[in-house]
Design a protein around this ligand. Structure first.
Ligand code: GLN
Length: 504
């Protein structure tokens, strides 16, 4: 293998196990790639050269000593900046957390360290995971490696871009309304939102606690499954964590079998509003699954039409409550109000929150505070919760007819930077297809379907399964990937324009 950064995580794991590459070489290759291209992509907020190489050296020594290691030991990873990392800055894309170095690891980060995976650094995101383009990061946007003038999706644009630009084979993400799946779709990568409660939320900066779920981002379905199984599992530190065995996602990805599977096409998510090329690639992908022996059935989920409205009441309500803890008293930014000699605690809080939060975060805090206020609570928050129940019932009915549901992941290919920045509603509409899964807690994946417009940009298919049946996503995703990779004559990302390497 000449370029270790082009290998998948599974391939790297094999090379490491056979002694054909060392963890230090693999880690070094990715750090060099970052030094050469990240000034164009801006996926990273913080690169940890020393820490990553220290882990790699430790793994190489332990392997040399004959210790039995995790399959991904020595395979490096990038971590979304929403996850607490002991000793490494964690900003959540916000000025209000600038300079905060957590004294503890999130459970998923602990699991990654225990597996012996070098952490390359922390990757960019929309502030507090609010957005679909990563343009709401307080530290500047991330660029889509397919076209640097375009967005890499959001909120996890750092995670999608870092794998799409070969700076890391794997990245962690979080998905509250689509932040793993939509970035995957617009960068030609793969991402999964596991069943709610499947992966611990302990140590994740909370956006909307009843919707948030962490999950894996990668370039292949198998790699996504390998990381999924590292991240998942019961955690007593998270009261919503499911105490059940982790779904057999790696086995499902390896089997990649869809024979006899009933694929439900969601009527409400396949019609108008989706770019023609995105729909065409989606329909072809469904055709390939039928070629492989799956059956299709059209299902109707009538309440999905209200999902976006319900989400934009529930999310801001929960977010306004979660973000109340950023009060400048315990950690993070503290700003003295201008021209006040002896400011009160309230004045310091107000000045710090004004300086520390960006516009989108303020917009949602105001919305949420309003929706939760007495007199409006029943009309807004209460109604949204009822819609949520109706959406869960739509899913339950659909899963009587189908084993998985499918739709295009995002309505369009990657849009141009700035195009939707001043139009919150246009930004929110990117998640029209992904939000229902978060409201119902069911798992979802996005897998590439091909190039979908005249600019040669990728699109994705969303696969949804019933709660706790995450392995079905991997069976369908891997089967589709295998067929389409044959059609394309190789991985889709091989068709992306090459980034110029600095100094090359
Ligand atoms: N784009 C959606 C939002 O802005 C989803 C965010 C997410 O999944 N974290 O809320």
């Amino acid at each position: 293998m000449t370029d270790l950064t082009r290998a998948s995580a599974a391939e790297l794991a094999d090379l490491l196990a056979r002694g054909e590459a060392s963890a230090v070489e693999v880690t070094q290759a990715h750090l060099e790639r970052t030094a050469a291209v990240d000034d164009q992509v801006h996926a990273y907020l913080h690169v940890d050269n020393e820490g990553a190489l220290a882990t790699a050296r430790d793994i190489d020594q332990r392997r040399a000593a004959g210790e039995e290691l995790h399959v991904l030991a020595g395979v490096p990873i990038a971590v979304k900046d929403v996850m607490a990392t002991k000793g490494l800055p964690t900003t959540c894309g916000s000025r209000i957390l600038e300079g905060w170095v957590p004294p503890y690891d999130a459970t998923v980060v602990r699991k990654i360290r225990e597996a012996g995976m070098p952490i390359l650094g922390k990757v960019n995101m929309d502030e507090f995971a609010m957005g679909s383009s990563t343009e709401h990061s307080a530290f500047g946007p991330t660029h889509n490696p397919w076209d640097l003038e375009r967005i890499p999706g959001g909120s996890g644009g750092g995670s999608s871009a870092v794998v799409a630009s070969f700076q890391a084979p794997l990245a962690t993400g979080t998905d509250t309304g689509g932040s793993i799946r939509q970035p995957a779709a617009v960068t030609g990568t793969v991402g999964t939102k596991p069943t709610y409660g499947g992966v611990s939320r302990y140590g994740l900066v909370a956006l909307a606690s009843s919707l948030d779920q962490a999950g894996p981002c990668a370039r292949t379905v198998l790699d996504t499954a390998l990381l999924h199984s590292v991240m998942a599992g019961h955690d007593p530190m998270d009261s919503t964590s499911i105490n059940a065995p982790v779904p057999a996602v790696v086995e499902a990805a390896r089997r990649a079998d869809v024979k006899g599977m009933r694929i439900g096409i969601v009527k409400e998510l396949s019609g108008e509003g989706f770019q023609p090329g995105v729909r065409a690639r989606f329909e072809e992908a469904v055709g390939r699954l039928v070629d492989l022996g799956a059956e299709t059935v059209e299902v109707s989920c009538p309440h999905f039409d209200y999902a976006l409205a319900a989400y934009y009441l529930i999310l801001p309500s929960e977010a306004s409550s979660n973000l109340a803890k950023f009060d400048a008293m315990r950690y993070g930014l503290r700003v003295a109000p201008e021209g006040v000699l002896d400011p009160s605690a309230e004045q310091v809080m107000a000045a710090s929150r004004d300086a520390g939060f960006g516009d989108e975060v303020k917009r949602r805090i105001i919305l949420g505070t309003y929706a939760l206020s007495s007199g409006y609570y029943d009309a807004y928050y209460g109604s949204a919760q009822k819609v949520r129940t109706l959406i869960a019932r739509d899913f339950a009915a659909a899963y009587e007819q189908a084993d998985v549901l499918v739709s295009p992941t995002a309505p369009t290919t990657a849009f141009k930077m700035g195009e939707k920045l001043d139009d919150p509603m246009a930004m929110y509409l990117n998640d029209i297809a992904t939000i229902p899964a978060n409201l119902a807690g069911v798992p979802g994946m996005s897998v590439p379907t091909g190039l979908a417009d005249e600019d040669g940009l990728p699109a994705g298919m969303q696969i949804l399964a019933p709660a706790m049946q995450d392995e079905r996503l991997y069976a369908v995703g891997a089967a589709l990937e295998r067929e389409l990779t044959k059609d394309w004559g190789g991985p889709l990302l091989a068709k992306a324009p090459q980034l110029t390497e600095k100094g090359a």
